[in-house]
Design a protein around this ligand. Structure first.
Ligand code: NAP
Length: 422
C-alpha cells in the first residue's frame, strides 16, 4: 500500500489537527507517516504557552493531541528548529508534503510615539512570560506601578487584563509560571484599563469571556452603562447574534459592578491610542476620543492588537501571513492555522481549517517519493521525541500534584533534557 510521508512544522493545534485530518483520510489506497517537528522542547503550541492559566478547561484539548500522537505512524521531533540547520527545502525534497503550522508569534505594533519605552510591551511577550515559555522567562515586566493599560478589545487583551487584575493567590492552583506568580504577588497594580478604539458593538471579545467577568471573586469590573446602551442603539434592531450576545453580556457587567475589591478592571471604548508618554519609561498614554484627548497615567502598557507570523527561510510571507491559496504555498509546501489565515478564531477553528487543506494535499499527491525521514538530516540536535515528551509531561503533572496545580512547567532547556533523559 502506498505510504506517503508528511512533515508538519509546528506542534500547535493547527499542526495536530492537520495530523488528525491526514489520519482520517487513510484508506486501503494510502497511509500517511507523519513527522511533526517543533522548535521548542515541548509540543501543544498555544495550548501550553497561550491559553490563560485560569482557563484550564480550554487546555483539555491536549488530550486530543496526545491521542493523535499515539498513532504508530506519528513521530514527534521537538527541540528541532527548521530554517537554520535544517531548511524547508530539505524537508520538501525528503517528504511528499510539508505543512507549515507555525502560527503567529509576533505582536503587531501601534506605530505611535513612545511605543518603545520601557514598560510598553506586547501581549506576544507578556502572555508567554506568564505561561513559562522558555524564551520569555527572563523578560522585564514593570509591575511597580499602580495602573496598567491593555490596548485591544479581543480575547487576548481580556486574558492579559484578567491576569493583571486577579488577586494573584487565585493563580496558586493554576499552571502559571512560578516566576510570574511571584512577580504578580509583589505587583503594585490595582487599576487595569482595557481600551477599545471602537464602540462596544465592535469589540472582538467573545461573550463567554465577558460573562465570566461579573463572577470574578476578587476584582471589580467597571463598564459605563451609557457606553453600552449607545452601542445597543447603534447596533440597530437586528444585530448579528454574536454582537447581541456580547452587548447583553456587557449590560450584565454594567449592571453588576462592584467596588469593594482592591483591584479593578475598567473598560474604555472609543479610545484610540495617540501617544505613549514618558522619558525613560512609560508614564502615561494619550488617547483621542470623541470628547477630545484623554490622558491616563500608567506605568505598564500591554498591546494586544493582533499577531503576525514570524518568517522561516524558504517560506514566502506577506502581511504577516504565509503567502498561500487556500493553504497551498508552492510545490509540495502547504500552510495551516494562523500562519495561513492570520490570528483569528478559537482553537477548534483550526480543525476545519486544517481538514480543508489536508483534502487539497491528498488530492495533489501522486506517487510516494520514498523514505521521507528527518532523522537523516539531524546532526547536532538534541531531539525530544514522543517518548521523551511523555516523561516531561508526567514529571510536570507529578510536580503539580504536590501543590494542587495541574502541572508545574519546566522552563530551562537543560531541565527538559535532564528529565527526558536525552
Ligand atoms: P483579535 O480578536 O483580532 O482582537 C484584536 C483587537 O485589537 C481588536 O479589538 C482590534 O480592534 C484591536 N486593534 C487592532 N489594531 C489596533 C490598533 N492599532 N489600535 C488599537 N486597537 C487595535 O485578536 P486577539 O485578541 O489577539 O485574539 C486572536 C484570536 O485568538 C481571536 O480569534 C481570539 O478570539 C482568539 N482567542 C481566544 C481565546 C478564548 O477562546 N478564550 C483567548 C485568546 C484568544 P479593531 O476591531 O478596532 O481593529
Amino acid at each position: 500500500m502506498p505510504l506517503f510521508t508528511i512533515a508538519i512544522v509546528g506542534a500547535g493545534p493547527a499542526g495536530y489537527f492537520a495530523a488528525q485530518a491526514l489520519h482520517n483520510l487513510q484508506n486501503e489506497e494510502r497511509i500517511f507517516a507523519i513527522d511533526m517537528i517543533e522548535r521548542l522542547p515541548t509540543p501543544w503550541g498555544l495550548v501550553r504557552s497561550g491559553v490563560a492559566p485560569d482557563h484550564p478547561k480550554i487546555k483539555t484539548v491536549a488530550k486530543v493531541f496526545e491521542k493523535i500522537a499515539a498513532d504508530p505512524n506519528f513521530r514527534l521531533f521537538a527541540n528541532v528548529e527548521i530554517g537554520s540547520e535544517i531548511t524547508v527545502e530539505q524537508l520538501q525534497e525528503k517528504y511528499d508534503a510539508v505543512v507549515i503550522a507555525t502560527g503567529s508569534s509576533l505582536g503587531k505594533t501601534l506605530g505611535i510615539p513612545g511605543e518603545n519605552l520601557l514598560g510598553s510591551m506586547s501581549a506576544a511577550d507578556f502572555v508567554p512570560w506568564y505561561n513559562a515559555h522558555p524564551d520569555f522567562a527572563d523578560i522585564q515586566v514593570l509591575l511597580n506601578c499602580d495602573t496598567a493599560v491593555v490596548i485591544g478589545a479581543g480575547n487576548v487583551a481580556m486574558d492579559v487584563a484578567r491576569m493583571l487584575a486577579l488577586e494573584p493567590s487565585e493563580l496558586d492552583t493554576t499552571d502559571t509560571a512560578d516566576h510570574a506568580i511571584a512577580a504578580l504577588k509583589t505587583s503594585a497594580i490595582r487599576d487595569v484599563y482595557i481600551s477599545a478604539r471602537r464602540g462596544p458593538e465592535h469589540a472582538a471579545f467573545t461573550s463567554p469571556e465577558l460573562r465570566e467577568l461579573p463572577k470574578l471573586e476578587h476584582t471589580n469590573v467597571v463598564m459605563n452603562k451609557a457606553d453600552v446602551e449607545a452601542a445597543v442603539v447603534r447596533a440597530g434592531a437586528e444585530p448579528e447574534k454574536d454582537v447581541k450576545s456580547n452587548l447583553d453580556a456587557m449590560l450584565l457587567i454594567a449592571d453588576s459592578q462592584k467596588s469593594e475589591h482592591e483591584r479593578t478592571m475598567h473598560f474604555l471604548f472609543q479610545h484610540t491610542p495617540k501617544e505613549i508618554l514618558g522619558s525613560d519609561k512609560v508614564e502615561g498614554i494619550v488617547y483621542s476620543t470623541p470628547e477630545g484627548d484623554v490622558t491616563i497615567k500608567c506605568g505598564l502598557i500591554v498591546t494586544a492588537i493582533g499577531y503576525q507570523a514570524a518568517g522561516i527561510d524558504g517560506v514566502p510571507y506577506e502581511n504577516g501571513k504565509v503567502v498561500n491559496t487556500d493553504g497551498r504555498v508552492k510545490d509540495n509546501l502547504y500552510v495551516v492555522g494562523w500562519a495561513k489565515r492570520g490570528p483569528s478564531g478559537v482553537i477548534g477553528t483550526n480543525k476545519s481549517d486544517a481538514a480543508a487543506v489536508v483534502e487539497l494535499i491528498v488530492s495533489d499527491l501522486t506517487s510516494p517519493k520514498g523514505s521521507g525521514d528527518i532523522s537523516e538530516l539531524l546532526t547536532n540536535q538534541v531531539v525530544i521525541d514522543q517518548f521523551a515528551w511523555q516523561k516531561i509531561n508526567e514529571a510536570e503533572v507529578a510536580a503539580g500534584e504536590a501543590k494542587s496545580k495541574p502541572r508545574i512547567k519546566l522552563i530551562k532547556r537543560e531541565d527538559f533534557q535532564k528529565i527526558a533523559g536525552v
